[in-house]
Structures are given as structure tokens and as C-alpha cells.
Design a protein around this ligand. Structure first.
Ligand code: FEO
Length: 391
């Protein structure tokens, strides 16, 4: 991929990783991803903002062939998909300095073994002149590691946001003009890595919005030239108020749990609750994470395996606990043959969910009329609590 022009002084560089299907060995990437790096040329100095994943270093190095001098490498984030090629770039430009938050400086020394004399630590709000262009560094901790920052190019009102506002999409489009597609990918990205830090990200969102950026250039996915699109989406996802949505991750081994799930789905639907039913046998866990951005209720539905919950449903519980969604109500339904500790086990796995626990429904063997009545009561309790929620 050749460099692409954003303004007279700013060029997109980087790599499209079309075939990557998993990030951190955990996060599904149905559309691959990109590692965006940006070259900013001032009248006196030149800076490269972020690098690329080390697996794509050759792509970046070939794009830098016609760049004779580099003064600064701005490292917004120590995670290796952006920082991992800094040693390669430093080898080509040994006079360049790495500019980062003090915390990021320490992390880059640990992760990439870069010598301490290569760094220029910068404070929140500090500026760096490139001549006719000025970079302002905005510390944005926990977006999504403790050391993260953004850079604002004041003359062009261009915000370089690294993971913030990013999306895992590999593609040839420089800009996020296909907003429907980018919305889905950005929400998936938010759910998987940003949602656990929603409180602090809300503060950082206000901080970057105060600069009124005209363009937002993240380090994954396309560039936003209509920034209100992604800023409004983040406002919504970061909101404290969940929507009228219930999520049911489930597994069924011999059919009993599935029958209970379907009765609960019908009971909720007939009472006006929007339901997302996830069969954990083959569901995309990224979609489950996205649904948790909006959901008010999660009901984990499981048969009993060796006296506990099914491992695939336990995984859904672990994921929900790790992502810390804003769900307000939680319950467990399912079945067992002779004995079950599934409810107690799942309850112990979700301490991060600040949710009211609604009465569980567990059937011994095939569900009978009394279980269906309990499921109706559970559906009614959820619907009553969702009555005032936005759709
Ligand atoms: Fe794209 Fe947190 O790295």
C-alpha cells in the first residue's frame, strides 16, 4: 500500500493486515485490521506518529524510503501493534527521538528494550514545534492502557487518536465514509477493549472534544473526516443508561436448556423487550460483546456439566465480567440431571457486574409447567424493570 495524502503536510502510512483473524489471541477480526502510522512534515522538523505491528515492518520501511530525515517518533501507546516497529525505524534514523508519556517511556523500555537516551517524555498539554506545525500532546490514560495519549495538530485541527475511535477494518478507503460499516466495526472495537474503562474514557472524550477536531485519525481503520459521527457514537456507548435489551448466552446439550431459553425469549418479546439470543456453540463473541454495550439484562443459560455450568457459558460469564458492561439485572436459567452448583458458580464469576440478581430458574431434567411459570415470572420481572429504558 502506498502512502496516502491527508493534507499538504500529513500523510497516512501503515499496513493493511487483510488476513489477521484474531487479536491478542482473543478478539475475532472478521474484517482484518490496519496499523496506521502518520507522517507530519513541518517546515523544520518531521515526525512519524506511531509505527506498525512488527509483522508488517517491511511495508512501513518501504514507505519511508523517500523520507531522508526523521526527527521524532511519536509513540501514543506502548502496545506492540503500534510500537513494535520503533526499533526498526530508529535503526534507519538513529538521530530520531521517541516522544511519549513518562509512563509509556518506561513501558517501551520494558517491552522493546529501547535505550533510555532515545526518549523525550512529554507532559499533558505540552507542545512540540515542527516549524510551521505544532503538535500538542493530550494525555488520555486508560484508552486503553495506562500510558496512552493523543496528539492534536492545531493548524489542521487534526486529532491523532491511536486506539481511541479506531476500528478493526483492513481496506483501501482512507476515510470512514461508509459509516454503517465503520459504526459496526468501531462498536465491536469499543466493546472489546474500551468498555471496561468507560468512566475514565468519558473524561478523555470531553478532553479531546474540547479541541473541536475537524479530522480524527486513529491508528486502526479509516480516518474520520466527519468526526461528529464517531464522537456521538462514543457518547452513546459511554452513556450510563442501558437500552431495553436482554442478552441470553446459552448452550444446550440435550434440549432442556434450549426449550427454557426459547420460552424466556417468547416471554420477553411478548412484553416488548428486545432479546439477543447467543448460542455459544458457534456465536461470534465479538457480537456478544457489542450487544453488552447496550444491554440492561444478561441471563446466562446453562446445562450442568460435572456439577457446574457448561464451560462455554462460563466463558460468556468471564467475558461479561471482564468487559464490565452497564447491565443492571442478571439471572441464570438451565437444567441438571441430579445435582447442580451452576448458579453459585456463575454468581461467583461476575463480581464486576453491579447488577441486581433476579431469581434463577433451574429444571431437574426436562422442564415442566412449574418451570415455565417461573420463566414467565422472570420475563415479567425483567420487562417491568426495563419499562422506562430507551430502545
Ligand atoms: Fe491497537 Fe492497544 O493497540
Amino acid at each position: 500500500m502506498k502512502p496516502r495524502t491527508i493534507t499538504d503536510s500529513v500523510r497516512w502510512m501503515g499496513a493493511e493486515d487483510w488476513d489477521r483473524r484474531l487479536f491478542d489471541g482473543l478478539i475475532p477480526l472478521p474484517d482484518g485490521t490496519s496499523y496506521n502510522s502518520y507522517l507530519v512534515r513541518g517546515s523544520e522538523k518531521t515526525a512519524l506518529l506511531d509505527t506498525v505491528d512488527p509483522s508488517q515492518a517491511e511495508v512501513l520501511m518501504s514507505q519511508l524510503e523517500d523520507v531522508p530525515r526523521l526527527d521524532y517518533i511519536i509513540a501514543h501507546h506502548a502496545e506492540q501493534d503500534h510500537s513494535g516497529s520503533i526499533p526498526r525505524v530508529l535503526a534507519k534514523y538513529p538521530q530520531a527521538k521517541v516522544v511519549a508519556t513518562p509512563k509509556c517511556v518506561g513501558m517501551l523500555q520494558d517491552l522493546l528494550l529501547i535505550p533510555p537516551d532515545k526518549f523525550v517524555p512529554v507532559a499533558d498539554g505540552e507542545t512540540l514545534s515542527l516549524g510551521d506545525k505544532t503538535l500538542e500532546f493530550i494525555h488520555t490514560p486508560w484508552v486503553h492502557w495506562p500510558e496512552t495519549m493523543c496528539t492534536f495538530l492545531a493548524q489542521d485541527k487534526l486529532l491523532f487518536s491511536c486506539d481511541f475511535f479506531g476500528s478493526h477494518i483492513a481496506g483501501t478507503d482512507l476515510y470512514a465514509d461508509d459509516e454503517g460499516r465503520v459504526y459496526e466495526a468501531a462498536k465491536r472495537y469499543f466493546a472489546e477493549i474500551m468498555m471496561p474503562f468507560a468512566g475514565v474514557i468519558r473524561q478523555n472524550l470531553a478532553k479531546v472534544k474540547a479541541r473541536s477536531p475537524r479530522t480524527i485519525a486513529p491508528s486502526h481503520g479509516p480516518v474520520h473526516r466527519r468526526p461528529e459521527f464517531i464522537l456521538e457514537a462514543y457518547e452513546d456507548w459511554l452513556s450510563d443508561s442501558p437500552r431495553n435489551v436482554a442478552v441470553i448466552p446459552f448452550i444446550s446439550m440435550h434440549g432442556s436448556t434450549e426449550i427454557m431459553v426459547d420460552r424466556l425469549v417468547t416471554g420477553l418479546d411478548s412484553r416488548g423487550v428486545s432479546v439477543h439470543r447467543f448460542n455459544m456453540a458457534d456465536s461470534d463473541v465479538g457480537k456478544l460483546a457489542m450487544t453488552l454495550v447496550d444491554a440492561a439484562t444478561i441471563v446466562l443459560a446453562t446445562p450442568t456439566v460435572h456439577a457446574g455450568g457448561h464451560p462455554k457459558v462460563l466463558y460468556a460469564a468471564l467475558l461479561a465480567n471482564a468487559l464490565r458492561p452497564k447491565v443492571k439485572w442478571v439471572s441464570v436459567i438451565g437444567s441438571f440431571g441430579w445435582h447442580s452448583k451452576a448458579v453459585e458458580q456463575i454468581a461467583g464469576m461476575i463480581p464486576n457486574l453491579k447488577a441486581e440478581v433476579l431469581p434463577p430458574v433451574m429444571a431437574k431434567g426436562y422442564p415442566r409447567p412449574e418451570h415455565f411459570q417461573e420463566l414467565e415470572r422472570l420475563a415479567a420481572a425483567i420487562a417491568e424493570r426495563h419499562r422506562t429504558l430507551r430502545r
